[in-house]
Each structure stands twice: as C-alpha cells, then as structure tokens.
Write a protein that binds this ligand. Structure first.
Ligand code: DGJ
Length: 712
C-alpha cells in the first residue's frame, strides 16, 4: 500500500498543456482545485496558497464545516449534491465515508487509496493527465465485507470554472444524431441519461460548459465524455455553495451490480478536455486516441457499402457489376451489407442465423468475395451479432437466449430482439458462427450493426438486469474476434450513429456516423461528432444524388466536399453512372486519397461564421505546412455577394499559396462576374487568412469549394 507523505498537502499534475491541482488537506476529502490551462512551473508555496484560497468557509444555515466537492464525495460527509458512491447491503449499511489511506503521485498522475472501515469498502481513485492534455479519471470500488454490497451509483467528477455558465450538449434521433443544443448552466443538475443499452441517437457525446457564447475558435470551455457503450449518466451541476462540476458514471439498473466479498467494480473512464474554443478541446481527444497503439494508421481505404445500392436485393451479377464500377472509380474496400444470410430476404427474419443463404448464394460468398479481391479491393461483411429475429432458427431453438424481463418478449423493434451474450452458450454460438465465416472468406472488415434499444433487458422472466453484463460481453466478443483475426477492422454501426462512444471506439476502427447521407444534414452531425471522435474514424460516404433519407436532391460537389472530412466512401449504385458522372466521382475519390493523410493526422478547425447559410471548416497539418478547407453554402444568403470568410488555425507568420481544387471546378452563375482571386494565383499569410479572410466563391445553395493551402 502506498504511504501518505506528511508534506503532501497539494499535488500539481501537468502534461500536454493541462494542469490539475489537487488539495490534499489532511482530514478532508482531496479536492481538485484546478483543471485546465497549464499553470506553469509554479513554486510549491504558491500551489499551497492556491489550495488554501479555494477552501470554503462556514456559512449561516449550513453545516459547521462546509463540504466541498471531493474526488469521492458521499452523503455521510455532508455533501448534499450528487454523490460519487451510493449503495447498500440489503437495504442497510447505506452510509459511506472514505478516509485517505495512501497515495502515489507522479508528474502527471495521481492514485488515491481510500477505506471506509465501518462500511467495509475501499476505493481507488486514479487520475492521469495524458500527453494530449486529456484528463482520464476512474474510480474502483471494492467490497471488503463478507456480505454482498449492492452498488447503486458510482460517479466521477471534474470541476468547472465558476464562470462556465453555458452548456453545450447533443441530442438527436435516427437520421439526425448529435444535434447541438445550448442552454444556461443554472443552479441544480442538468442530467443526461442513456437508458437504451447503447448510448442512443439522442445521447450527448460530450457534455461541455463554457463562458457564454464560446465557439469553435475561441471561448474557454471544458467538456467530458464517458467511454462506455451501455447505460450512462452524464451531468453538469451548480451548487449554492459555489461549486460547479461535470460528472458521469455508468447507470446501473436495479441490482445490476452486486459485489460479493472481495469483488470490485470500476467506473468507465471519464475523459475530460478543455480549450480556448471547441477546436482545441476536440484536438486533445483526437491526439489521445491517435496515440493508442491500436489506432488505425494505414490510409483509410475508400469504402463502397452496398446498402443503399441494392438493400436486401442480393443478386450476384448486380453485385459483381457494382464491384467493377467501384474499382473503376478507385474504391479500395467493398462491404456487403445486410441480406446475405439465411432467411434474410427482408428485415423481418433471419437475424441470428449466420450461415450463408444457399437460395441466394448457392456457391457461398466465394463468387463475390473472390471477385472483389481479384479487383484489388478488400472485402467486408455486415453482421448484427447481438440481435435475433423471433422468426429465425436461432430463436426457435433457443428462446431462452433472448433478453427479457417478463414472460412476454419486450416490445419489438425492427422485428427483432436482443440476444443475451452474457449467456455462455449464446456467446459461444455467436463467436463460433462469425469466426467460421471469417475463417472461410478473405474478410478484412466487419460492419457491426446494432439496430435496436435494449428494453427490459433481463436474464429471463423475473430475472436480473443484464445491460452491464451485455456491454462487457460485446466488448469481449469484439476483442476476441480481433485477437484471433489479426488485421480485422470493425465498424461500429447502430442504426447509423446510435453507438458512438470511446468505449466501443477503443476496440473498433470507425463508426457509421449516421444513416443520413444528406450532406446538408451531415455538416452538423459530423461537426459535433468530431468534438470527440477523430475524423478518420468517422464513416462519410458520397450519397445518391436523390437522398434516400431526406428526399432532397443534392450536388455531387457538396456531397464530396462534406465527405472529405472523414473515412471517405460511397453509398450509391455506381453502376448507374454515366461516363461523365463516373469520372466526376473518380475525381472526388482521387482528392479524398490525396487529403486523407492530412485528415488522419492534422488538426480539425471550424470557423465561427456569422452567416448561418455558410460553413467553413478545414484540416491543418500538424506542422501547419499545408491545409485544406471547404466552404459550403447550404441556403441562400441575405448578402450577395457573400461577406468574407476566414480560415483559422494556420501559422500566422507563414505565407500560403491558396488554390481552389474542387473537382469539376467553380460553378459560375451567369448573372455574376467571376470572383477575381479565385481565378488567379493567390498568396496570403496565415494571419491574413485568419483575421481578414476572403470573399467565398460560392453563390447559391448546394455549392462547395475545396481550397488547398501550401506554405511557401
Ligand atoms: C442500419 C445501418 O445503419 C445501415 O447502414 C444498414 O447497415 C442497415 N442497418 C442494414 O440493415
């Protein structure tokens, strides 16, 4: 057990431009005094003063000792806001109060050990400031008693500056995930819960709070993300004792976490970032994720997914023609979506029967898989491993493998139910059938779908809740398939982007960002998803010009420009293209290949634009030697011509050659004369571009231009 040094009254952790200062006042729960901007190499006595000057005084009407937010705050200390730990032993032993028993601190990490000898519990609190400047926090609770301890809640928190009074979070629905909402951080709790057994389309990916009006370029903002794919609670709280904080934890269903003697449970990691503007906050998430050894670093293969091209209508000649046309325009990965397995002629049947449908594929998938590989592309396949249709051989032979809390099945969604993967035989069956297909075919990619919420997810009629166990079983299944199939990449899809979190993205290679491929809609969806998810992990595809989900007709130019900011692909029947259109698609694919190294390593920047009809975003290389931006007009503008737009994030002191590289060139409206700079050699400094900007060469909705910048 680490020892508690007598002089350790304050610790200062620093890394990646972030400081965390923790007050270790003896006899008091340790408390984070500061999380955010690096405070530099501050002398110890100033840190002690910083800690002292943050302590609370006694107040009228309060306890004799005012309780502050600690790293493990419980009600028995007098803390009256959301506690870090709640639980009981069969309705008793509800009181918990932890005393520090040891600590271990380095320059960038802190481990605190606590014990509550009366409640017979111990806790370990770990905080690390990563090289990216991201803060990672976790608490582990252990039952030291002889009987079972039921954990009701386990949260971790990070403090906010008191003047962070505006909240940004996201909500959404199928086809419109991660729509931003802003509101005041008032006194009380702003609580976002996910009770869907997956984060859900309406989940907030990030809960952020900042100074009023904070934007992408400027304004101090702090935010947290919980790296977990099951149920969760994320909250922002402001107390009448002058405390403001962000917190999160797994949401345990009743009785879901019962610790036997000696057992422990850890919170999912709470990841905290901050920035002068959201772009800086996002860059820490991206930097952290990119630094992981398992991060996909080879160029993201241009992907064609068959779903919107053929849906369930699987016919070999058509799918072969699609592969040919895909290869022709430069596709590198071909993914066969839903519809290839037994009984799956539509979405009413077949989930769980993971055997090739002999009626549609009499020779197995070999003809298509071999053809794809012969064309020089990788072959990918769709699965929905956690699901089962009641109309399937699997459900008929193992009805007890379906998650349910009652005799009747839970409400149906897309005619399907959820398989209990915490059931060892169900788990082995799924692992076995998927492995068999991976072993037979040259499959290097799985599109792993999850098309319904978990409702009443229990181990059987009258049984125990299973969301926690299910989430861990899914993680284990993915980890096991990856370990036994080196090089296998997995996409996390859930009716589009309903399972987007860094728990799943720690073990998969990309998300399907949304089923909505409409670039007008995707602009916001992608912008807010990228607050946490590195762009190269976000699937972005060219859409059919007549968008299936919105009915809008969109230009290839806009579709292409929007898709450049992620893992580029195509969701379109490219066999129907004229020669001219195929060449145009090929030009976008070529551009995506050129910019993808930048997308995967550079810094994403979003200009705070005054006109709601204009969108300006870009990626700037880590060394700022190159960049590309897109300017997209989504609706008519009140001014004509449009006011200037700026390109932030470049090196202010360097001069850049500014070139328009939009495939297909500029669209020129007859009534307007050409914009002078767009047709001549243009050189501007990074400062001029960020501060003054240029007139955008767009004139009508649905126009996008791609601007490449190269430092001279
Ligand atoms: C939902 C996904 O989001 C789609 O892309 C597609 O894979 C369908 N499921 C297939 O059923």
């Amino acid at each position: 057990m680490p020892v508690l040094p007598s002089d350790a009254s304050v610790v200062h952790l620093r890394s990646g431009g972030t400081s965390v200062v923790v007050d270790l006042l003896p006899g008091s729960m340790p408390s984070i005094v500061h999380w955010g901007e690096d405070l530099g190499d501050a002398p110890h006595d100033t840190l002690v003063s910083l800690a002292t000057s943050s302590r609370l005084q006694r107040i009228s009407g309060g306890l004799d000792r005012t309780v502050r937010l600690g790293v493990v705050s419980t009600a028995a200390s007098g803390w009256a806001a959301t506690p870090s730990i709640e639980g009981h032993r069969d309705g008793e032993d509800v009181s918990t109060l932890f005393a520090l028993t040891g600590l271990h601190a380095t320059d960038d990490s802190l481990e605190l050990h606590f014990a509550d000898s009366e409640a017979e519990l111990s806790a370990c609190y770990e905080l690390r400031v990563a090289a990216s400047g991201l803060v990672r926090v976790r608490t582990t609770l252990r039952n030291d008693g002889a009987g079972v301890y039921t954990v009701q809640a386990l949260h971790t928190t990070l403090p906010l500056p008191w003047d962070a009074t505006e909240i940004l979070d996201t909500t959404g629905r199928h086809l419109r995930e991660r729509s931003a909402q802003r509101h005041e951080l008032a006194f009380g709790t702003h609580l976002r819960e996910s009770r869907r057994g997956r984060p859900g389309a309406d989940a907030t990916l990030l809960l952020a709070a900042g100074v009023p009006g904070f934007g992408f370029e400027r304004g101090l903002v702090h935010g947290v993300h919980l790296a977990w794919s099951g149920n969760s609670r994320v909250f922002a709280e402001r107390t009448p004792t002058g405390e403001s904080f962000l917190g999160a934890g797994e949401l345990y269903l009743p009785g879901e976490v019962r610790l036997a003697a000696g057992e422990e449970i850890a919170t999912p990691e709470l990841l905290g970032s901050w920035g002068d503007g959201l772009d800086e906050l996002a860059a820490r998430f991206h930097g952290e994720w990119r630094a992981r050894p398992q991060h996909p670093t080879r160029p993201r293969p241009i992907t064609l997914n068959t779903w919107e091209a053929v849906y369930f209508d699987h016919r070999l000649p058509k799918l072969v023609a699609l592969a040919d046309a895909a290869a022709e325009v430069g596709v590198e990965r071909y993914v066969l979506d839903d519809g290839w397995f037994r009984h799956r002629r539509d979405d009413t049947a077949g989930l769980g029967d993971w055997y090739i449908d002999e009626t549609v594929w009499p020779d197995g998938l070999h003809p298509i898989a071999d053809h794809v590989v012969a064309k020089g592309m990788e072959f990918g396949l769709w699965f929905e491993p956690e699901m089962v249709n009641p109309d399937s051989d699997l459900a008929r032979s193992h009805p007890d493998w379906i998650l349910r809390g009652r005799t009747d099945l839970p409400p149906s969604a897309r005619q399907q139910q959820v398989l209990n993967l915490a059931h060892p035989e169900a788990y082995d069956y799924i692992l076995g059938v998927i492995s068999a297909i991976l072993d037979e075919y040259a499959i290097s990619y799985i599109k792993w779908d999850h098309n319904r919420d978990l409702v009443d997810a229990a181990a059987g009629p009258g049984g125990a809740a299973r969301v926690h166990a299910q989430t861990l079983a899914v993680y284990r299944l993915i980890d096991e398939l990856k370990a036994t199939h080196p090089g296998l990449e997995i996409e996390s899809c859930a009716s589009g982007g309903a399972r987007v979190d860094l728990g799943i993205l720690d073990r998969t290679d990309r998300i399907w960002t949304s089923d909505c491929l409409d670039p007008v809609e995707r602009l916001e969806n992608q912008r807010y998803t990228a607050l946490v998810v590195p762009p190269e992990m976000m699937g972005m595809h060219l859409t059919t010009p007549h968008v299936h989900s919105t009915g809008r007709t969109v230009s290839l130019t806009m579709s292409g420009a929007v898709a450049l900011f992620g893992h580029f692909g195509i969701e379109w029947d490219v066999t129907t293209l004229s020669e001219t259109d195929a060449a145009a698609v090929g030009a976008w694919v070529a551009l995506a290949k050129r910019v993808r190294p930048l997308v995967a390593t550079g810094r994403l920047v979003n200009a705070d634009v005054a006109d709601p009809g204009l969108d300006v975003r870009g990626v700037v290389a880590a060394d700022a030697a190159s960049a590309f931006f897109t300017i997209t007009q989504t609706q008519t503008l009140i001014s004509s011509p449009a006011g200037r737009v700026r390109f932030p994030g470049l090196d202010a002191d360097r001069t850049y050659r500014v070139q328009l590289v939009t495939p297909g060139g500029l669209v020129q409206i007859p009534a307007q004369s050409p914009l002078e700079w767009a047709h001549h050699e243009t050189v501007l400094t990074g400062r001029q571009l960020a501060v003054v900007g240029v007139r955008p060469p767009v004139q009508n909705p649905q126009q996008s231009v791609v601007v490449e910048l190269t430092a001279l």
